[in-house]
Design a protein around this ligand. Structure first.
Ligand code: DLL
Length: 452
């Protein structure tokens, strides 16, 4: 067994720092960030002032817990001040822009100074090492390159760690698989849904497993479940680890699961302060309770954020980790608040449906949730593919030779028993649902295309 001192860390001094020193560092950096935005971001100065915060009171802060008195920032603040209204630096000092495409109107734009890019690479290098990456690794990066932060963010981190990076981006899956075979990557970076797409494509190509050398997958950018982890680990014969981040806070590499525990994602707390708040009241919840993740950046220059509400549901794990890192962990994001569905009075998240569906061996992990409104009531149709094995066992799906009634009933019973949900379930033959090349589209909301 590996002892704590043998665990490879990219930056051992900081990753295993004692909590008192970490808190002192956080307070120092928090004050500097707050003074920065106070002087350089008019909107935040206005809000601080309205909350009674002055430059003097920032200097006088005694603890990072004082943050709780400050107002929140939200995604709409970035949209309302599109494109550069929340930047704390002039554009001449901004080296790079990224943006996340929202469903509503303009994208959210973020910027990075040269120092920000270096810090981001540091966070991603730490994250990769935390997930088992080593300087000598060949790393296949299928996160999209472009305005999305996944591709370039992880790319710089992997280069910093010393890896040989294959900048594959998303798409052209068969060619990517050929590159996995020919270049012998040990690490795959992608969304979990794209990894699943790759795994199924490999199976269709009937490739022997030893034709690829993958050992580790570092997956994130969308909610996924433990059940999906099991699927990916079994299909690809790898260790699948969770990485989290968001553009507004930096991009990928805000937190990362360690290979040693595979339980909770270490938040790089020298760079970010995490709080969990009640999504309704906005009050900070007790350690270990579920709520909305809120982040404050501690070193960002181009666009620092103070108490940014992520809309992501998680919990903090404050207990020490077996790996020896002292940075607290967050549990895997259970859901995005925005994704909550209310179907016939039942509130639920897509990940809960995923969990239920993936527990049935007859079903493949390809599903889509179609929401509609019929006579003022919201309806949910769950479209899910059955496995090839089921088709082979039961005959041709198209010819209607299959007796699916039993399966149908079992799924509906499972959904009712585990979620209290009554939903229409449509079983589809394999490959009916469009495969993901980046973030999967799990919910198709037909209500949005209807006039109210
Ligand atoms: O998705 C950054 C990223 C790239 C993270 C690659 C990990 C890997 P955005 O496009 O701004 O940034 O989307 C951020 O995606 O608020 C979450 O809702 C969701 N998300 C990101 N990582 C995870 C994860 C990137 N591991 C939004 N689990 C976040 C669940 C995740 N949701």
């Amino acid at each position: 067994m590996t002892t704590k001192s043998e665990v490879f860390m990219w930056n051992r001094a900081i990753e295993s720092i004692d909590r008192a020193s970490l808190e002192a560092l956080q307070l120092k950096r928090l004050k500097a960030t707050m003074l920065d935005v106070y002087h350089n971001v008019p909107l935040l100065k206005e809000r601080f002032t309205a909350s009674g915060v002055t430059a003097d009171s920032i200097e006088a802060m005694k603890s990072v817990a004082d943050l709780a008195r400050l107002p929140f920032m939200k995604k709409s603040d970035l949209r309302d001040n599109y494109p550069f209204g929340l930047f704390a630096r002039p554009l001449k000092d901004v080296n790079r822009l990224h943006a996340s495409s929202g469903t509503k109107g303009k994208p959210t734009v973020v910027g990075y100074t040269k120092t920000d890019i270096e810090t981001w690479a540091e966070a991603c290098a730490r994250s990769l090492a935390c997930g088992g990456g080593r300087p000598s690794d060949i790393l296949h990066n299928s996160y999209g390159y472009g305005l999305f932060t996944g591709g370039l963010g992880m790319h710089y981190g992997a280069e910093k760690l010393g890896c040989t990076v294959v900048p594959a981006s998303g798409g052209r899956t068969q060619q990517q698989i050929m590159l996995l075979q020919d270049f012998g990557a040990r690490i795959l970076l992608s969304t979990p849904s794209y990894a699943l797409n790759m795994a199924y494509t490999m199976a269709e190509m009937e490739l022997p497993r030893d034709s690829i050398k993958l050992e580790i997958g570092i997956f994130g950018a969308e909610p996924w479940t433990e059940e999906m982890r099991d699927q990916l680990e079994n299909l690809l014969k790898i260790q699948a680890l969770d990485i989290y981040g968001l553009s507004e806070v930096m991009g990928p590499g805000v937190s990362m699961e360690c290979l040693e525990a595979k339980h909770g994602l270490h938040i790089w707390e020298d760079l970010f302060i995490a709080e969990i708040v009640d999504p309704v009241s906005g009050e900070v919840v007790a350690d270990g309770e579920e709520g909305e993740l809120v982040f404050t950046t501690l070193t960002k220059e181009a666009i620092p954020v103070v108490r940014y509400r992520t809309g992501d549901l998680s919990r903090l794990i404050v207990e020490p980790c077996v790996c020896g890192r002292t940075m607290r962990r967050m549990t895997r994001v259970r859901a995005r608040l925005d994704d909550m569905l209310i179907i016939r009075g039942v509130n639920l998240y897509p990940s809960e449906i995923e969990k239920a569906l993936l527990s049935m061996e007859e079903l493949a992990p390809h599903y889509q949730l179609v929401i509609d409104r019929v006579k003022a009531l919201d309806t949910l149709e769950i479209q899910v593919e059955v496995t090839e094995a089921i088709i082979n066992r039961w005959g041709h799906f198209e010819d209607g030779h299959m007796d699916l009634t039993g399966l149908h009933e079992n799924i509906q019973k499972l959904l009712k028993d585990s979620l209290g949900l009554t939903a229409d379930v449509t079983l589809l033959k394999p490959k009916s649902i469009a495969r993901s090349e980046g973030k999967a589209v799990r919910v198709v909301d037909k209500r949005k295309t209807k006039s109210c």
